[in-house]
Write a protein that binds this ligand. Structure first.
Ligand SMILES: *[C@@H]1O[C@H](CO)[C@@H](O)[C@H](O)[C@H]1NC(C)=O
Ligand SMILES: *[C@@H]1O[C@H](CO)[C@@H](O)[C@H](O)[C@H]1NC(C)=O
Ligand SMILES: *[C@@H]1O[C@H](CO)[C@@H](O)[C@H](O)[C@H]1NC(C)=O
Length: 436
């Protein structure tokens, strides 16, 4: 019993001793410190307090380059290497307590390596070594879509990053021509940091994920496309930004038009948000919902295009693209306030009425099995009257009909454009239904 207790106490003591020895590096092992590029970094060093302190910080691998010296109770910087001018400081008030740690400002890649901290007091002298690694962590991964090619990039990274593509739901890599991984290129900038960029064919039926990893840091950017949304000058449109935000407290949200113009930016901190709307979009932006969806109104044809919602947290960037197609309210006065859906309904109803009339009178006027166009062309004056009466009570009149072919031509052109841009096929249904 007593022995068990003693051995446990001994083991406890032993682990305390081991902890102490790694923390103070009295066993001669280097202390490892990771500093962040361009930021400040503290190189730790401590000694047994005593009067008449002398402190020398040096870089042994660079011919004992002098980094910072201290004696006669003051900094002595005459011997200091040019590279460290104005970048170093000791914590002078801490020196009497045995703290010789060095503050090094504006870390560069050249600062990597082994440092020596030499201290001396009337009680004796000490040496310790500190090994510095420098990291420029991946901060932002940028993702964009152009002509069905996704480009993913990140800049100012150290050490050398890796980039991988994946998708959600996952796809069988061997069948996805877009996952050829060697479209990735890396270059080094004048500071020694890495820029990485990679391109891939866009998989439109899933979320495209790009992951950049450097050291222990990993950041991702995702891109997906929602189905196109229809809008008109007289209607309100809601464009969704559906990213699961259950665990998000702090994030930035940016809505852009055609991936270039910023519509609005919003910063969410602990469920309070601040929003800035660009002047050019003040009339169109009605509101931003809690989930980040954008409500627009007073739209004109110039607002047709791709709307992107970019949601970024410290870890990830999510980009969601939605194409908004604007259908003009061509059916002027009467149709004001009618949605494109109900207009289509009215036209279909008119066609059906015509078909029924034609069917009832088929013995007199129509040949057997009339086509729609024959039905429309062989209507007697009386029928035309009743037909146009029916149509008029519902909206469309002769003038609108004559305007149709042009509108339809526009519609086709838009469709062609959208197909080039790789957008969906909705909307073409409307332009063909409008034909009668
Ligand atoms: C020395 O002082 C600095 C500044 O207060 C502190 O950050 C550092 O942790 C101290 N180092 C030691 C070894 O006490
Ligand atoms: C990419 O892969 C193809 C086929 O494996 C090869 O021919 C080409 O040289 C590679 N390109 C680069 C930049 O590695
Ligand atoms: C957010 O909330 C957390 C916990 O409720 C709090 O500690 C933190 O200070 C808040 N941050 C801001 C910016 O309000």
């Amino acid at each position: 019993m007593a022995w068990g207790l003693v051995s446990m106490t001994l083991r406890g003591l032993l682990s305390v001793v081991i902890l102490l020895s790694t923390a103070t590096s009295t066993d001669g092992r280097d202390v490892h410190v990771t500093c962040v590029f361009s930021e400040d970094c503290v190189l730790p060093c401590s000694f047994l307090p005593g009067s008449e302190e002398v402190i020398h910080w040096m870089k042994p691998e660079d011919k004992d380059l002098t980094i910072h010296s201290y004696y006669y109770s003051t900094d002595q910087l005459k011997q200091q290497s040019q590279r460290f001018r104005g970048r170093t400081a000791l914590f002078n008030d801490q020196i009497p307590k045995g703290n010789a740690s060095l503050l090094l400002r504006g870390i560069t890649l050249q600062d990597q390596g082994r440092y020596k901290c030499y201290t001396s007091t009337i009680k004796g002298n000490m040496e310790s070594f500190i090994n510095i690694a420098v990291e420029a962590p991946v901060r932002l991964v940028d993702i964009e879509l152009s002509d069905d090619i996704i480009t993913c990039s990140s800049t100012g990274i150290y050490p050398e990053p890796k980039l991988t593509w994946s998708s959600d739901p996952p796809s069988d890599l061997s069948f996805d021509p877009g996952t050829i991984q060697n479209s990735t290129s890396i270059k080094v900038d004048d500071r020694g940091l890495y820029d990485i960029t990679s391109t891939k064919q866009f998989s439109r039926d899933r979320t495209n994920i790009c992951t950049v990893t450097s050291g222990t840091v990993e950041r991702t950017a995702t891109l997906k496309q929602h189905d196109p949304v229809q809008g008109s000058p007289s209607s309100e449109v809601s464009i969704l930004c559906s990213v699961s935000q259950s665990d998000l407290l702090t994030f930035d949200l940016t809505w852009r038009f055609n991936q270039i113009d910023t519509i609005l930016t919003s910063t969410y901190t602990n469920s309070t948000s601040q929003m800035y709307v660009d002047d050019q979009w003040k009339d169109q932006v009605q509101s931003l919902s809690d989930s980040g969806s954008l409500q627009l109104h007073k739209l004109t044809m110039v607002h047709q295009g791709t709307y992107s919602c970019e949601l970024s947290t410290a870890r990830d960037t999510h980009l969601i693209l939605t194409y908004l197609q604007i259908t003009p309210d061509k059916l002027s006065d009467v149709s004001d306030g009618l949605s494109p859906g109900s207009i289509t309904g009215i036209i279909i109803a008119a066609v059906i009425i015509a078909a029924v009339i034609c069917y009832l009178l088929r013995g007199f006027l129509c040949k057997s099995k009339p086509t729609w166009s024959q039905a429309m062309n062989t209507i007697s004056p009386e029928e035309e009257e009743s037909l146009s009466a029916a149509a008029n009570t519902n909206g469309p009149n002769e003038n609108d009909q004559s305007g149709k072919p042009l509108q339809n031509e526009e519609g086709r052109e838009e469709d062609r454009e959208r197909q080039q841009q790789g957008q969906g096929e909705e909307g073409s249904a409307i332009s063909t239904l409008v034909i009668p």
